[in-house]
Design a protein. Structure first.
Length: 121
């Protein structure tokens, strides 16, 4: 990270990266997606009550709120173990990435039964 003194305050520019323990939203497999982001923030000198981030009277910069915000924004909204993850069977919970399950997939909406009869002919 680099700190630059400006007329308005202190400008922070840097990068962070790491891994976060998470679950695939489709199959619930534990994954560790890599997170990488650029951090740019202006810490304004007091007394600006409207400043989102400010230099405290003691001269201390609290980086935690800015890091937390950028970390949350850098995380994938729907983490997947891989892009073509097939998910779980809604009946038995079998992970379809490991292979098919033995559930009968014959449940058909009664309103669409007429279309099935067309396929049988």
């Amino acid at each position: 990270a680099r700190l630059t003194h400006t007329a308005q305050g202190v400008y922070l520019h840097g990068q962070f990266s790491g891994e976060r323990q998470s679950e695939c939203v489709r199959c619930l497999t534990e994954i560790n997606p890599r997170i990488k982001s650029n951090l740019e923030q202006l810490y304004e000198f007091p007394p600006n009550p409207l400043a989102e981030f400010a230099v405290e009277e003691s001269g201390f910069l609290d980086l935690a709120p800015a890091l937390r915000e950028d970390l949350w924004l850098a995380m994938p909204q729907y983490p997947l173990c891989h892009p073509d993850c097939r998910g779980l069977c809604p009946n038995c919970g079998q992970n379809w990435n490991d292979g098919p399950c033995n559930c009968a997939n014959e449940d058909i909406n009664p309103r669409l039964e007429v279309l099935k009869k067309l396929l049988d002919n």
